[in-house]
Ligand binder design. Structure first.
Ligand code: SAH
Ligand code: SF4
Ligand code: F3S
Length: 476
């Protein structure tokens, strides 16, 4: 990657073992995988890009929908072959399953896949070094088989009182963007969702800890930070001075004061927790990017109630109106679930109507997936699979139309774009617009990691292309 010098793979001083982490699920898992890499560095582990040749493999899993969970066991089957091959060569490969499937199904994983050495939940990865040391010792005593064998795998799915955040080493950063987890867990118990069970109760990191990590990231070259939380705008972290807890709005104000931090994003927001303080931050702070992921799930009040979302469609739209009054440039994305139990054609039509009224520039939409242990899974009014498929196709067609229309409307505009990746060919760079659209531009490598002003020249449904604004102005 231009501008980012690294030791060639396998040559970092002191890092003698190879670690491969595969990450599924949301950005919280991406952040956690980064921190697992950080906590394992003192044990001599260095991250590599493929599982082949790894001394340790972690799969960081997601339990949100059935399909996501199913992947775990097929992936484990493939990794078992690698582990066996390594053992046949006289080596060891420690295999760990982390994340939300680990939390939900830990004991079952060790039963069904006894070749797994370690199963750890999302709240215990600060204890990973100790678990790895135990697994390494067991492997040495056991001729490379690790803790292989029924009933001997290490399982840690606690929700410890001292949080992982209190034990993490200094962060590392690659490039100009970074995630920063500020909030975890959820107390909202939407009737379809596993997150309150897999991530535990709502928790906010103390403000001083967040500011400290943000400063360290900026010192490492980070220009754009995305604050993360399952309900990030429910943030209520302890104040550094012992005063009233900080809201997300207050946290954003303080982060915006850090010299060198040019852009602030946050995700995922819950409509119920979008308060005036945060709306005002969008009005007042140029660092706040005008793009908000604010999931609505459905446009039907009946379904929203059955989902236990705690708001109506009109209340959602009223919040959007307030946001747009604070900053007319604000654009939205959302998550949608189609085919929630009991959803009728009329309910679904209300979702389409809401999408038409609000207008989203990007969105994720899913067929409802019954999840074990959640109240909606046992409802008798499950929607047939073919109906879910038809509704998903109709919704996605509308959302894609809106996304393409927004991208088209960007042509001719000037935008500040953070160039954060090399492009497909020499002399090309790829960046992110304020609205997270990928933007291609012919630009010198020296601009890597910088925010540059681009004039948008063309658009597709999924990306933009631009030229440096001062160059285009000179040519006109
Ligand atoms: N905290 C966020 C969402 C986190 S889960 C919020 O409340 O908006 C991410 C998304 O996965 C959800 O917004 C929802 O659209 C989807 N999702 C969660 N559980 C699901 C299920 N059982 N079936 C289908 N989609 C689901
Ligand atoms: Fe899940 Fe609802 Fe919590 Fe979001 S608010 S994480 S959808 S329970
Ligand atoms: Fe998946 Fe857990 Fe995130 S279930 S979406 S990895 S919080």
């Amino acid at each position: 990657m231009p501008g980012l010098w690294r030791f060639p793979e396998g040559t970092s001083p002191g890092l003698t073992k190879k670690l491969f982490i595969r990450t599924y699920g949301c950005q919280m898992n991406v952040y956690d995988s980064g921190r697992m890499t950080d906590v394992l560095a003192p044990l001599g582990y260095e991250a590599i890009e493929t599982p082949e040749g790894a001394d340790m493999v972690v799969i960081n899993t997601c339990h949100i929908r059935e399909k996501a969970s199913e992947k775990v066991f097929s992936e484990l089957g493939r990794l078992r072959l690698l582990k066996d091959a390594r053992r046949a060569e006289g080596g060891t490969m420690i295999l760990a399953v982390a994340g939300c499937v680990a939390q939900a199904e830990g004991a079952f994983i060790l039963e069904r896949a006894p070749f797994v050495d370690i199963v750890l939940g999302p709240q215990t990865y600060h204890r990973l070094p100790e678990m790895v040391a135990r697994a390494e010792r067991a492997a040495a005593e056991n001729n490379g088989a690790g803790t292989n064998g029924p009933g001997v795998g290490i399982l840690d799915t606690d929700f410890p009182a001292d949080t992982k955040f209190d034990h993490l080493p200094a962060p590392t950063a690659e490039g100009s963007t970074a995630f920063l987890s500020v909030q975890e867990g959820c107390d909202k118990f939407c009737t379809f969702c596993v997150v309150p069970y897999t991530r535990g109760a709502e928790y906010s990191r103390p403000a001083a800890q967040v500011i400290d990590e943000a400063r360290q990231l900026v010192a490492l070259g980070v220009r754009e930070m995305t604050l993360l939380g399952q309900n990030v705008n429910a943030y209520h972290g302890a104040a550094p001075d012992g005063g009233a807890e900080w809201t997300l709005g207050k946290l954003c104000r303080e982060l915006a004061a850090i010299e060198g931090l040019e852009r602030i994003r946050y995700t995922t927001s819950h409509p119920r927790d979008l308060d005036d303080d945060l709306i005002d931050a969008h009005r007042d702070l140029p660092q706040m990017m005008p793009f908000l992921h604010l999931p609505v799930q459905s446009g039907s009040d009946r379904i929203l109630r059955a989902m236990n979302r705690g708001h109506t469609a009109a209340e959602y739209e009223a919040k959007v109106a307030r946001l747009r009054a604070a900053n007319p440039d604000i654009a939205l994305s959302s998550d949608f679930i189609v085919g929630f139990p009991g959803e009728t054609d009329a309910d679904f039509a209300e979702t389409l109507d809401l999408v038409r009224r609000v207008g989203f520039i990007q969105a994720y939409s899913f067929k409802y997936s019954p999840r074990p242990g959640t109240p909606a899974a046992t409802l008798e009014t499950q929607v047939p699979e073919d109906v879910k498929s038809q509704r998903l196709a109709a919704l996605q067609a509308l959302l894609l139309e809106q996304q393409a229309a927004f991208n088209d409307a960007c042509v001719g505009r000037e935008m500040d774009v953070l160039l954060d990746r090399p492009g497909r060919h020499d002399g090309q760079m790829l960046g992110r617009s304020p609205y997270m659209q990928p933007v291609h531009v012919e630009a010198a490598e020296a601009l890597y990691g910088q925010v540059v002003r681009l004039r948008i020249k063309s658009a597709t449904a999924s990306s933009l292309a631009g030229v440096l604004a001062d160059v285009s102005a000179a040519a006109e």
